[in-house]
Design a protein. Structure first.
Length: 168
């Protein structure tokens, strides 16, 4: 029983030594891999940090920088001839404009949707879309930092360790 543990340790050590020899046959591939993934991790870290800085600047210094999103939530206008220029006019002339029942239903639905939209927008925080966009940007930036930092730290520490071993 006690003879099995030293044999297991010796087997593991032999396997590790064999793996080291195989790696040392192609050290250029290992070096390229390490530097490439260190670079990827560093790029992710830099991009994430720059997004956080951008978000901070927009929040506290350039407060008007991203206030153009409000027009995007408005319903599309209807472009019709003069007597049907607005939906209200279109609804008033339903009979003389020869609209089908389906078109009349669509007009009624559009008016109901428009009223719902106006009520929703009236009660909504004016900075709703801005906050939503900032939270989305912050989540992306933090995830880049949380993935990029360990990726870079691990690969860079292996590179430093290898360089120290080469100097000795």
């Amino acid at each position: 029983m006690s003879h099995g543990i030293p044999r297991l340790i010796a087997t593991k050590k032999a396997a590790r030594d064999k793996l080291q020899k195989n790696i040392m046959k192609n050290p250029i591939i290992r070096t390229i891999y390490l530097y490439l993934f260190a670079l990827v991790g560093l790029a992710m870290l830099v991009i994430g940090l720059s997004m956080i800085i951008n978000l901070g600047l927009k929040t506290w210094i350039f407060t008007q920088a991203d206030r153009v999103d409000n027009y995007m939530s408005q319903p599309m206008p209807l472009y019709l001839n003069k007597e049907m220029a607005t939906v209200e006019n279109l609804q008033a002339c339903q009979d003389k404009c020869s609209l089908t029942n389906e078109q009349k239903t669509q007009i009624a639905n559009w008016l109901a949707d428009y009223e719902n939209w106006k009520n929703t927008e009236k009660n909504r925080d004016p900075n709703f879309y801005q906050k939503q966009n900032r939270q989305r940007q912050a989540a992306t930036a933090i995830s880049l930092i949380l993935v990029g930092l360990p990726l870079w730290l691990f690969h860079w520490s292996v590179i430093k360790k290898d360089n120290k071993e080469k100097e000795v």
